[in-house]
Design a binder for this molecule. Structure first.
Ligand code: ADP
Ligand code: MG
Length: 239
């Protein structure tokens, strides 16, 4: 890729798993009640896998993705990313690790409305000391990969939901992550668009060697995954 600053290179692919979740619990105290969002979760994700977390609403999918990505911390248990024990990191160390190695995709795209598609893709690296021309080239290349060469100057409001999510996919890949975390990436898309978008995500990540963990309750999303992990009541019930 065009941005060659070593800072953007993925962490040296350790021989082991990209993600190692060991005995992770997440409890929420709600008045007198304890909500068990995650219960003794064990999950290992190997390099290059496309893992789909399936389960009904409230089964713990978002909580697990957030804990893997460091947006939330477990009540108990450990998460290793590329072999590194994230429990030992301070918030700012985890933020740096997240910035360098993880791309996020959300159900609601989370694009900045007043920026164009290409500026949205550049955003994660915009405040870094990168060569502007190289960053622009890279962002345009990624938009081309997701079939949006004809939309680079469009603002999100002028794009369809599928185009917005494709822009978000390009953005998630701009910092050359080793891992993409996608929380219900097709929830706001019609069935056909959702299938096309997630197939594109899979093919692009497979080409770039990026590992993906995505949540969904759409069975067609699960069909494109290399592995389906089923969750219920905060537990992994099938893998
Ligand atoms: P999913 O993404 O599968 O719909 P979540 O991970 O969002 O599930 O939620 C799992 C469980 O944890 C649900 O019962 C939810 O209500 C509960 N939960 C999540 N976040 C909180 C919170 N901040 N406070 C209390 N309960 C929470
Ligand atoms: Mg959720």
């Amino acid at each position: 890729m065009t941005v060659t600053d070593p800072h953007t290179e993925p962490l040296e692919a350790s021989a082991g798993p990209v993600v190692e979740v060991s005995d992770v619990w997440k409890l929420h105290q709600l008045g007198d009640e304890v909500v068990k969002a995650l219960v003794a979760v064990e999950l290992q994700v190997q390099p290059g896998e496309f893992v789909c977390l399936m389960g009904p609403s409230g089964s713990g999918k978002s909580t697990l993705l957030n804990i893997i990505g460091g947006l939330d911390r477990p009540t108990k248990g450990s998460v290793r990313l590329n072999g590194q024990d994230t429990g030992r990191l301070t918030e700012s160390q985890f933020a740096a690790l997240r910035h360098d190695t993880i791309g996020f995709i959300f159900q609601s795209y989370n694009l900045i409305p007043f920026l164009s598609a290409v500026e949205n893709v550049e955003l994660p690296l915009m405040f870094e000391p990168y060569d502007r021309a190289a960053l622009r080239t890279r962002a345009l290349e990624l938009l081309d990969h997701v079939g949006l060469s004809h939309r680079v100057d469009h603002q999100p409001t002028k794009m369809s939901g599928g185009e917005q999510q494709r822009t978000a996919i390009a953005r998630s890949l701009v910092s050359n992550p080793t891992l993409i975390l996608a929380d219900e990436p097709t929830a706001n898309l019609d069935h056909r668009t959702g299938t096309a978008v997630v197939t594109q995500l899979r093919d692009l990540c497979s080409r770039l060697g990026v590992t993906v963990v995505a949540s969904t309750h759409d069975p067609t999303v699960a069909e494109v995954a290399s592995r389906v992990v089923r969750m219920k009541d905060g537990r992994i019930v099938e893998d």
